[in-house]
Design a protein around this ligand. Structure first.
Ligand SMILES: Nc1ncnc2c1ncn2[C@@H]1O[C@H](COP(=O)(O)OS(=O)(=O)O)[C@@H](OP(=O)(O)O)[C@H]1O
Length: 434
């Protein structure tokens, strides 16, 4: 072969190699960006150890979820999981009308009129509300999966008592803000039906749409009816004490990946703002005062474990361990080698500063090591630790922009929501004032 021809062939080979290298390079970068945005920490090649979900072939991910965010039950952490899932899958999240602040005009019964028109029709709903079946079913598409979460009532009551101490008159009346004094004689401080009374008595029952003044002892039929109504609607009642096992059941119910339920613990009080453990006598008194909640918890805790047994307890525990390991890797990657919850004053990233209910209670959060940063990975880390108030405002802005950019028929709103009867602004959910 003449030299010139050989040279031409060699040049051709070179450029083919270059093109191949270029293509390989581009795919690697795109894969990295994709992985960064998804923050995938689950070893995908390692098959899930649980037996396959009943249906085969595998179901697609379920995309419509209504989460009843009960109070002081780890609901903000679940909400954050759902918000991030919705963003990654380009779903619409129902958000409250600004008049309702970041809750659907709680403590009023939920009404579809409280939902911002730019966030309808929704796929996902996860903000505080008082449950009203007909209104929610009218808003959410058919096939929506309903889930909620309960917490052991004594621990929950201790959290409510501290968090809402400055807002709830029943708690404000107690000398020295003493939980013990309140529980010694709750009737001396509590007035049914007054402002924020629902934070002081059977809050779980109230959030579920029940009557917190009913006694399960005096009125067992009422309790049975409330349980039946909850079971008719909710496909899963999670238990805060078994948060990771609850998430395993949730991801299996919704056919989601383990990556979809990774989380950072949100809205936790600092050690100095809570009792390390509620003493047994106090816990008994808290359960006796909140007897309806205690009965609901006992029932749903038992049914939770029956469900775990059906799914295979060993396999649920193994998956929960895998979740914990993946979560630890993610937290280290996002928040540094020793990812610690820190008080708001030590968090430099404004979007990550949790709202503080009062000077006496410290709510903790995370910070990004290098400030807010940029790029898909930092964006995903930012969302992972974003408190409820900032995330709800961000999502509302984003969905309004999306609506403006891609006009679609206005959802029919009969009337804008009427102004709330009480100053909802006083509810401790808004951003901290100056
Ligand atoms: N993953 C996980 N597991 C167990 N517990 C958790 C988790 N995430 C949050 N928490 C605890 O839940 C309490 C806050 O609950 P909420 O976010 O529902 O509160 S709120 O009603 O929205 O204000 C708050 O409890 P207290 O610290 O006792 O107040 C959090 O520490």
């Amino acid at each position: 072969m003449p030299i010139l021809q050989r040279l031409q062939q060699a040049t051709k080979m070179m450029s083919r190699r270059k093109i191949l290298l270029l293509v390989l390079g581009c795919s690697t970068v795109s894969l990295l960006i994709h992985q960064g945005a998804q923050l995938s920490w689950y070893p995908r090649l390692f098959p899930l150890s649980c037996p396959p979900l009943q249906d085969s072939p595998p179901r697609p991910k379920h995309l419509t979820v209504a989460f009843l965010k009960t109070h002081k039950t780890a609901g903000t952490t679940v909400q954050n999981i759902l918000f991030r899932f919705a963003e990654r899958h380009n779903l619409t999240v129902a958000l409250p009308h600004p008049r309702c602040e970041h809750q659907f005009c709680y403590p009023r019964n939920f009404s579809a009129r409280f939902v911002h028109p730019a966030t309808r029709p929704p796929h996902v709903l996860a903000s505080h509300l008082r449950f009203d079946r007909a209104e929610l079913e009218g808003l959410m598409p058919p096939g929506t999966v309903y889930v909620t979460i309960l917490r052991e009532p004594a621990a929950m009551f201790e959290s409510l008592f501290t968090y809402y101490n400055q807002y709830c008159p029943a708690f404000r009346r107690v000398p020295n803000a003493s939980l013990e004094a309140f529980l010694r004689a709750p009737e001396a401080y509590y007035r049914a039906g007054e402002h924020f009374a629902m934070f002081a008595h059977n809050t779980l029952a109230y959030d579920l749409g029940g009557d917190p003044e009913r006694s399960p002892r005096a009125d067992p039929a009422y309790l049975a009816g409330l349980i039946r109504r909850v079971e008719e609607v909710f496909s899963l009642v999670m238990i805060a004490e078994y948060f990771d096992e609850s998430l395993v059941l949730l991801r299996r119910l919704l056919a989601w990946d383990l990556d979809d339920v990774l989380y950072a613990k949100l809205n936790a009080r600092a050690a100095g703002s809570r009792l390390a453990a509620v003493p047994e006598a106090l816990a008994r008194a808290a359960r006796a005062w909140n007897a309806l909640d205690a009965a609901l918890y006992a029932h749903f805790n038992a049914s939770f474990w029956r469900r775990v047994a059906r799914a295979g307890r060993a396999c649920v525990e193994r998956e929960a361990r895998e979740l914990r390991a993946a979560r630890e890797r993610l937290l280290r990657r996002c928040f540094g080698d020793e990812p610690a919850l820190r008080p708001a004053a030590q968090i430099r990233t404004k979007q990550l500063q949790p709202w503080q209910p009062s000077r006496k209670v410290d709510i903790m959060g995370y910070d990004l090591p290098g400030g807010s940063g940029a790029g898909p990975a930092s964006e995903a880390c930012l969302k992972l630790a974003m408190p409820e108030v900032q995330y709800s405002s961000y999502l509302l802005r984003k969905q309004k922009r999306r609506l403006a950019a891609r006009p679609r028929p206005e959802p029919v709103l009969d009337h804008p929501p009427p102004p709330p009867p009480r100053p909802i602004r006083a509810l401790p959910r808004g951003p901290q004032g100056p």
